[in-house]
Design a protein around this ligand. Sequence first.
Ligand code: AGP
Length: 610
Amino acid sequence: MCGIIGYTGGEEAVPIIIDGLKRLEYRGYDSAGIACQCDAKVEVRRCKGKISELDSQLSDFSGSSSTAIGHTRWATHGKPSEENAHPHRSDGIVIVHNGIIENYIELKQQLEGEGYVFTSETDTEVICHLIKKHSEDKSLTEALMEAIRSVRGAYAIAAMSEKEPGRIVAARKDSPLVAGIGDGECFVASDIPAFLAHTRKVVFMEDGEMAVLSPEGIEFLSLEGKPIQKETVTIDWNAAMAEKGGYRHFMLKEIFEQPRSVADTITGRLLSHRTGEINLEEFGLEDQQLRTLEKVTIVACGTSWHAGLFGKYIIERFARIPVEVDIASEFRYRGPILQDNSLFVSITQSGETADTLAAQRLAQAQGTKTLSICNVVGSTASREADAVFFTRSGPEIGVASTKAFTAQIVALYLFSVALGRAKGALDEDGARDLINDLLTVADLMEQTLLSDPEIKGIAKELHKNKAFLFLGRSLQFPIALEGALKLKEISYIHAEGYAAGEMKHGPIALIDDGYPVVVCAPKDDLYEKVVSNIQEIRSRGGTIILITNESNKAHAAGISDYVITVPDCPTHIMPIITAVPMQLLSYHIGVFLGCDVDQPRNLAKSVTVE
Ligand code: AGP
């Protein structure tokens, strides 16, 4: 997720762009850049680091420019560096981009064959050279249309050409882009905060639309060049609300971003949707390494450890090799024995968690190959691991991890299918079916998010309870653990996650009148066993909040006090879906209790010390 802004009008563009980028830093902040139209030339300045670094580099910029585009980056392809920062340039064409170009490798090879020289590791640069290629005999608008026809993937693009001063052309598909209309000036940006200080008149662009900006105004076109009439809306948000996209908290915004973040985590990782073949290069692994693998050790902390536990279940199910999961702070001090032909996997959103880094280094010291499943390009874990798989959740601002967690689960699911194919435990048809199941997740999440108002109502009724139990079996057990962690860390209510089958071994002693128990139990092969656990709890006065699948609603209503349903889907992707109501329930309880859900007391987003 990156931040884009473009301006053209009567004012000095540079300060408007820099200020706009600062208001987009929550979208990405590992490198930044600006391109300014100065007379017949376009000047580009870029740097690694935050916007303030770019701003200081511009202190000697004496030019005058009324048209400019800027970018703040969250790296997905290529480390944070000046060379990989946007804007990218191809002769007189400059562009900024947010999204992921799936077929950039083949396009890059084709363009290099045509003599175009690449200077970055990014996928974005191919768009720039494609526009240049087509602009020899076409306008910037027509050249961008042609370029877009060659690319596959998600994009929000803003482009300028030295041959067309004062003009910015923009286009979007599967990546947000909004236009701002001022008096004799106009804007385009990834998000409203970038220009809210200048205008509240906003046009939300849709997929497949383009915008041509000039000081005279904005023309909206289809990709075929047909004019489109667009509605202008007036935004009444303040700046703080705008950063959260109108959501009350970053945590809620990030919960609702999950369909996008899981889709982005899958994009570009499949060699073929038809065969379900995974692009192992994305994992930094080779088929031969997977074929000889005899054991996987997964190590993480907190929410990431819960994702690791899901990884155990799914890898053993699909690949049929043993998986050991450990909490990093335990692993590093227990004298672990790592056998030959094993793979050590660290899971870490930040890539900077001290215990996880120490564990990863311990594994490397024993000569074990390491893979890091990480959300931050350029982070320590991702740089030190032998191989890395980046979840593409974008910056996770809320301290309580939500979208990173489901992206980690998606990453482990993809890995388990790849490993299953390599080990011969999965045939081509089996792998294809599992991948096709995974490709439905974003839509299933969208449907699940529609239950937010109902979940908020349940949270209101339950928020005064002083303790909760969360139960699940098999693949739903890690989700129960995660639900308990979410609740305790943002509402400070004591909450415990347990394997449902363990109730008789102690926890059932907790149950008395009204004791709330959240149970994750879709109608699968273990459902009847969970029903027994539920009946034991209800017979002792406990209150049941059952998260189950839609077609099981009638039966669930007969055994529960509250039922939250999610769409029917296969057991192996259900955990990605049931995580969402867990997150929403905890979020709303925390809000009803007046807690600071984005920055809970005593917690840090990244635990970089022991
Ligand atoms: C999750 O909600 C917590 N904020 C915390 O448990 C977190 O998952 C843990 O500290 C690990 O962080 P990491 O993924 O950045 O390594």
